[in-house]
Design a protein around this ligand. Structure first.
Ligand code: HEM
Length: 454
């Protein structure tokens, strides 16, 4: 009986298990583990939960039985945060969340489209762009303007520097280089926090009416009421900026790669934008009508969830799938694996956006079979922002430009940080429609006629 108390897995009951095989081919290794069942022992310290029911169990009980294993910068935490820190974070999360919910997003969709159109102008001039840096620059501006207003100072540039400083080294670094890397990271982090603080204060001084327009306004009201400190407001905005821009950019890069490989679906996306927008930039009223684009976004996040592996640390003795877990052990859930499970998806590896529009209500998907944004009390705060920003950006870019992978280039599939197509080069040429914002005061239904590009 005692032996059965350990779930099956590649490493048997030995101490070291198969972590080295995992390091060699992470996604291939994870997919391979499905053969052992819904709970797999990778080694003594790490179990893999492979079913929506087990994922729900783990995510629902985060902050109590399980703790977040890594902070937003990807650094390992000591498992449980001090409970005071956790309470403070959850309070700040609640406040910022009000600025990121569905209702607040509605008011911001017009601004998102305008920002996407403005920043992609530079791409046209360049002709060819490398997808990840170009999209990271775009999403840094989208999220910075959404949180802080039109004045974003050095924030987008500092986010790019932070990204750079965080990139894990390909080979183990000598001790001195590790120290230098740590110092650089600390410096960039400090500069970003100082710049965000400055912009929050500036916003507080200049935007004093009762209608919050950006996340910083909500946090400034909470500051006035004593519900959050200046430092708390800064930390939550920095966390959102960081969590938002790299993930959303990676997802958009996958989306353009998938559209390049599927010209029929690309045509449907463009036809939808041409039909629904008729040469305008998308507005809040248009988003619900961009059903094909939205299903492409969802299907991209299913096939290539940027956060492809999420870990939790066991905080108190518990059991999962009937197996005991002790404090300090880790349980990992892979959205990449769950979202390609043939038990829940027909042709799981195929890019089929119509699976989202054609799904019968009599055949509901288990809750955690689609979980690119995690779940439970620590679910992604930017779920609505990311979905809407991706839909609006895709519609704006596909109707402004023809976007094709540069012939002869091959993207590199990377899991080094998040799941990304590295070195994806895109040729940007004009699409016959050049989108313009709708003139102020014009109802959404009255389309501004399309202007033909020269
Ligand atoms: C496609 C884009 C995105 C994906 C795939 C994504 C995915 C995720 C996932 C899976 C988590 C949970 C991690 C865990 O359980 O340990 C998370 C957390 C988080 N996300 Fe996102 N995210 C995206 C975009 C965004 C955006 C746009 C924002 C902000 C506007 C954001 C803000 C956050 C924050 C603040 C957390 C931490 C929540 C907490 O620990 O309480 N994310 N994200």
């Amino acid at each position: 009986m005692g032996l059965l108390r350990v779930p099956p897995g590649p490493g048997g009951a030995g101490r070291h298990g198969d972590r080295r095989a995992f390091e060699r081919d992470q996604l291939g290794f994870l997919l391979h583990q499905r053969q052992y069942g819904d709970l797999v022992r990778v080694d003594d310290g790490l179990y893999l939960a492979n079913s929506p029911v087990l994922a729900e169990e783990v995510f629902k009980h985060t902050n109590t039985t399980y703790a977040i294993s890594r902070d937003l910068l990807g650094e390992e935490t000591d498992g449980g945060r001090a409970s005071e820190d956790l309470a403070r974070w959850m309070r700040a999360r609640g406040l910022a969340g009000r600025g990121l919910n569905r209702t607040s997003m509605r008011a911001a969709e017009d601004r998102l489209a305008a920002t996407a159109a403005r920043h992609s102008q530079a791409w046209r001039a360049r002709g060819t762009v490398e997808a990840i840096p170009a999209l990271e620059d775009l999403t840094a501006h989208l999220i910075a303007e959404f949180c802080l207003g039109p004045e974003t100072g050095r924030v987008p540039a500092l986010l790019a520097r932070l990204q750079d400083a965080l990139l894990p080294p390909v080979l183990p670094l000598p001790a001195r280089c590790r120290v230098l890397r740590g110092r650089r990271l600390h410096r960039v982090n400090r500069d970003l926090a100082a710049e965000v603080s400055r912009l929050i204060d500036q916003r507080r001084a200049t935007h004093r009416d009762d209608s919050p327009q950006v996340v910083a306004d909500l946090l400034n009201t909470a500051r006035d009421e004593g519900a959050i400190t200046r430092q708390g407001a800064t930390s939550i905005i920095v966390a959102n900026l960081f969590a938002a821009h790299e993930t959303t950019a990676a997802a958009l890069a996958w989306l353009f790669l998938l559209l390049d490989r599927n010209p029929r679906i690309r045509r449907q996306v463009r036809d939808e934008a041409d039909r629904e927008l008729a040469g305008r930039l998308p507005t809040a009223a248009d988003v619900p009508r961009l059903a094909v684009t939205e299903s492409v976004v969802k299907e991209t996040l299913r096939l290539y969830p940027p956060l492809w592996l999420i870990e939790r640390t066991v905080e108190e003795p518990t059991e999962l799938a009937g197996f005991p877990l002790r404090p300090g052990q880790r349980v990992a859930v892979s959205p990449f694996v769950l979202q390609r499970d043939p038990r829940h998806y027909h042709e799981p590896d195929a890019f089929r956006p119509d699976r989202w529009t054609g799904r019968s209500p009599a055949d509901p998907l288990p809750k955690y079979a689609f979980m690119p944004f995690g779940g439970g009390p620590r679910t992604c705060l930017g779920t609505h922002f990311a979905t809407v920003a991706m839909t609006v950006t895709t519609a704006t870019l596909t109707s402004s430009y023809q976007i094709n992978r540069t012939p002869g280039t091959t993207p590199v599939f990377s899991t080094r940080t998040i799941l990304q197509p590295h070195k994806l080069a895109l040729d940007i040429t004009d699409h016959p429609h050049d989108l313009r914002p709708r003139p102020a005061g014009t109802p959404a239904s009255s389309a501004t006629p399309a202007r033909r590009a020269p």
